[in-house]
Design a protein around this ligand. Structure first.
Ligand SMILES: CC(C)(COP(=O)(O)OP(=O)(O)OC[C@H]1O[C@@H](n2cnc3c(N)ncnc32)[C@H](O)[C@@H]1OP(=O)(O)O)[C@@H](O)C(=O)NCCC(=O)NCCS
Length: 178
C-alpha cells in the first residue's frame, strides 16, 4: 500500500453568539445525536417567543455548534424567579470545538442577556459525575448552594416518555454589571 504524509493546517473561524431562529431547530439535533430532544427544542423555541426562555446558540456559518438555554421563571424558586433569578441549562459544545473557550463565552452571553432584563442572579445544575463542567462553572464564579435528585422526564421524538435520574449540584452566581 502506498503511504502518504499527513498535512495539517489551521483555520481561524468566526463564531457568532445569537438567539435561535426557527430554521435552527432541526440543526440542534446534530445529525442524530440529539434527535430525542426534538419536542423539547420546539417547545423551548415557542417559550422563547413568549419571553419565558432564551435559546442562545454559538454558530459557525449559521450552523449551531454550541448552545445554552435559559429559563426565566420557574415554580421552584431556587431555580428561577421571574425578573430576578434565571436558570442556565442544556449547555453543550460540539466535541471538535471544545476547550477553546466557547462554553465559557456562552455562559458570559447568557449572563449579559439576563442582566439586560434586570436579573440579578443566575443558577445552573451540574451532574455530580461531570467534574469538567463543574470546574468551568466554578471558574466562572458559580458556587454550590444546594443539591437535587435530578429527576425529570421528557417526551422523545417517537412520543415515548423518557425518565432521567441524574443527581446534581445546584450552583448560583450574583451578577454585577461591569
Ligand atoms: C462542558 C462544556 C459545555 C464546556 O464547553 P467548552 O467549550 O469546552 O468550554 P471552555 O472551552 O470554555 O472551557 C473548558 C476548558 O477549555 C479550556 N480552555 C478555554 N479556552 C481555551 C483556549 N482558548 N485554549 C485552550 N483551552 C481553553 C479551559 O481552561 C477549560 O479547561 P478544563 O475543562 O480542563 O478546566 C463541554 O465540555 C460539553 O459540551 N460537554 C458535554 C455536555 C456537558 O457536559 N454539558 C454541561 C452540562 S451541566
Amino acid at each position: 500500500m502506498t503511504t502518504f504524509d499527513e498535512h495539517t493546517f489551521s483555520l481561524d473561524i468566526p463564531v457568532t453568539l445569537r438567539l435561535a431562529r426557527e430554521e435552527d431547530l432541526p440543526l440542534l439535533e446534530w445529525r442524530g445525536q440529539y434527535t430525542q430532544f426534538r419536542t423539547i427544542f420546539r417547545r423551548t423555541f415557542r417559550e422563547q417567543l413568549m419571553g419565558r426562555r432564551l435559546m442562545i446558540l454559538a454558530t459557525v456559518q449559521n450552523i449551531p455548534i454550541g448552545q445554552v438555554f435559559v429559563q426565566l421563571r420557574s415554580r421552584e424558586q431556587r431555580i428561577a424567579i421571574q425578573g430576578k433569578r434565571a436558570y442556565l441549562y442544556a449547555l453543550r459544545v460540539m466535541d471538535m470545538f471544545q476547550s477553546q473557550g466557547i462554553g465559557g463565552r456562552l455562559i458570559d452571553e447568557a449572563e449579559a442577556m439576563v442582566m439586560t432584563l434586570d436579573y440579578q442572579w443566575t443558577s445552573i445544575a451540574v451532574a455530580k459525575d461531570n467534574p469538567r463542567a463543574l470546574r468551568l462553572y466554578e471558574r466562572k464564579g458559580y458556587r454550590i448552594f444546594d443539591e437535587s435528585e435530578g429527576d425529570w422526564s421528557y417526551t422523545d421524538h417517537k412520543g415515548r416518555v423518557q425518565s432521567i435520574h441524574e443527581p446534581c449540584w445546584l450552583l448560583e452566581k450574583r451578577l454585577f454589571r461591569r
